[in-house]
Design a protein around this ligand. Structure first.
Ligand SMILES: Cc1cc2nc3c(=O)[nH]c(=O)nc-3n(C[C@H](O)[C@H](O)[C@H](O)COP(=O)(O)OP(=O)(O)OC[C@H]3O[C@@H](n4cnc5c(N)ncnc54)[C@H](O)[C@@H]3O)c2cc1C
Length: 330
C-alpha cells in the first residue's frame, strides 16, 4: 500500500484504556471525551483497546459511552511495554485507525514511542490540545520552546497519527449514549518479556496536590515565606491543600511536588483560588481545565483574569485574613 492509500484507507480514533489494579485510569475517559469531540469533526468512529487481567470488567464500565468497538486483551502480566505493545499492534492491524490516543502517563510514555517506531509514523508527546485541520489531519498542539509558543504539529503522510495527551487537560464525556459496542475479547499470547520486574511499589500519594478537590495557590505576590502560613491555614479551613507557581519553588519556599504547570503538575481540582499568580502560559498549562477558578491579583491586567471565573482585583494581604476570619466565624 503506498503512502496516499494508507492515509486514505485508515479510519477511526482508537483510545488506549489504561488499567491499573482492575480499575480504568481516569485519563482514559478524558481521552475518550476528546476522541468523541474529534470524531464529530472528522466523522469517524471511536474505538478502545485495553489490556490486563480479568479484562472483561471493562464491558460494564464503558456502558453508555460512545464506543463503536472495544478490543480487550486478557493477560495476567503486569504492564511491560514489549508485551502490551503486541496487543496494541494486533488491534491496530485489525482496525487500521487513523488516530491513536494514549495517556501521557508513565505507561503511555513507554508504549507510544515503541508503537510509533514500529509503524514508522509520527508521535507528538504530551499534547495539551487536539483538533482536526481542514485536510482531516490530527492537529497536535503542545507547548514548545519552554512554553513560549504553542506548536501545532501534523502527521501528513503516515498513519496512524499517534499522540500522547497530558492527564487532566481534556474533559471526560458523560455516559449518556445508546451505543451498541462490539466487543472482541482475546487472550494475549506472547513470549516472556525481555524485562524482569523485581519489585512493584505503589507510589500514589493521596495528599498529592493532583488528588485534591480544593487548591489554594500561592504565587510571587506572596512577599515572605512566613506568609505562606496564612495561605496554608486557609487551604486547611477549606479542606484543601496549598500549591504554588514555580516562582516560589525557585525561591525554595515550596517543593516541586507542590508546583503547578508545564514543568510541574497538571491539576484539575473542583475549585482553585490563586493569590498573587500572574497567569503565565507555563502556569496555565497545568491548570486551565479547572472548572472554578477564583483569582486574587492586585494588577487589573493580570493574565490570570482571562481564564478566572471569579476575578478579584485586590491585595491578597487584605483578602486572605478576611477569608480566614469569616471561615472561622469570627
Ligand atoms: C521551561 C519553563 C517551564 C516553566 N514551568 C513553569 C511551571 O510549571 N509553573 C509555573 O508556575 N511557572 C513555570 N515557569 C515560569 C513562568 O514563566 C513564570 O516565571 C512563573 O509562572 C511566574 O510565577 P508567578 O505568577 O507566581 O509570578 P509573577 O509572574 O511574578 O506574578 C506575580 C503576580 O503577583 C501579583 N501581586 C503582587 N503583589 C500582590 C499582592 N499583594 N496581592 C495580589 N497580587 C499581587 C502581581 O500583580 C503579579 O501578577 C516556567 C518557565 C520556563 C522557561
Amino acid at each position: 500500500m503506498n503512502i496516499s492509500e494508507k492515509v486514505h484507507s485508515s479510519s477511526g480514533i482508537l483510545v488506549y484504556f489504561e488499567i491499573f489494579k482492575n480499575e480504568i485510569r481516569p485519563v482514559s475517559f478524558e481521552l475518550l471525551g476528546e476522541a468523541y469531540r474529534l470524531s464529530k469533526k472528522s466523522n469517524e468512529a471511536v474505538h478502545i483497546v485495553a489490556v490486563g487481567k480479568d479484562i472483561d470488567f471493562v464491558r460494564e464500565k464503558i456502558k453508555g459511552f460512545p464506543v463503536k468497538s472495544a478490543y480487550l486483551y486478557e493477560t495476567d502480566k503486569f504492564f511491560q511495554p514489549d508485551i502490551y505493545e503486541k496487543a496494541l499492534e494486533d488491534c491496530i492491524d485489525k482496525l487500521n485507525p487513523s488516530i491513536v490516543l494514549i495517556g501521557g502517563t508513565a505507561e503511555g510514555r513507554a508504549l507510544a514511542p515503541r508503537l510509533a517506531v514500529n509503524y514508522r509514523t509520527g508521535l507528538t508527546a504530551d499534547c495539551t490540545e487536539l483538533d482536526i485541520d481542514e485536510n482531516g489531519n490530527l492537529l497536535q498542539i503542545r507547548p514548545a520552546f519552554g512554553g513560549n509558543i504553542m506548536a501545532k504539529i501534523v502527521t501528513e503522510n503516515t498513519r496512524p497519527q499517534f499522540a500522547t495527551v497530558r492527564e487532566k487537560v481534556m474533559q471526560p464525556v458523560k455516559p449518556d449514549f445508546v451505543e451498541n459496542t462490539d466487543f472482541l475479547v482475546q487472550n494475549l499470547d506472547v513470549e516472556e518479556s525481555s524485562m524482569k520486574i523485581l519489585n512493584i511499589e505503589d507510589t500514589a500519594e493521596e495528599d498529592s496536590i493532583v488528588n485534591q478537590n480544593i487548591l489554594v495557590v500561592a504565587g510571587r505576590g506572596v512577599k515572605k515565606k512566613e506568609d505562606l502560613d496564612m495561605l496554608r491555614e486557609l487551604a486547611e479551613l477549606l479542606g484543601g491543600k496549598l500549591a504554588s507557581s514555580r516562582a516560589l519553588v525557585e525561591k525554595g519556599w515550596m517543593t516541586h511536588k507542590e508546583q503547578i504547570g508545564l514543568s510541574g503538575n497538571t491539576v484539575c481540582p473542583k475549585c482553585m483560588i490563586t493569590f498573587g499568580v500572574s497567569g503565565t502560559v507555563q502556569f496555565m498549562a497545568g491548570m486551565k481545565t479547572t472548572p472554578n477558578i477564583i483569582a486574587v491579583n492586585s494588577d487589573p491586567n493580570a493574565r490570570i483574569f482571562e481564564i478566572a471565573h471569579y476575578p478579584i482585583c485586590a491585595d491578597l494581604y487584605d483578602v486572605v485574613p478576611e477569608l480566614i476570619k469569616s471561615l472561622k466565624g469570627l
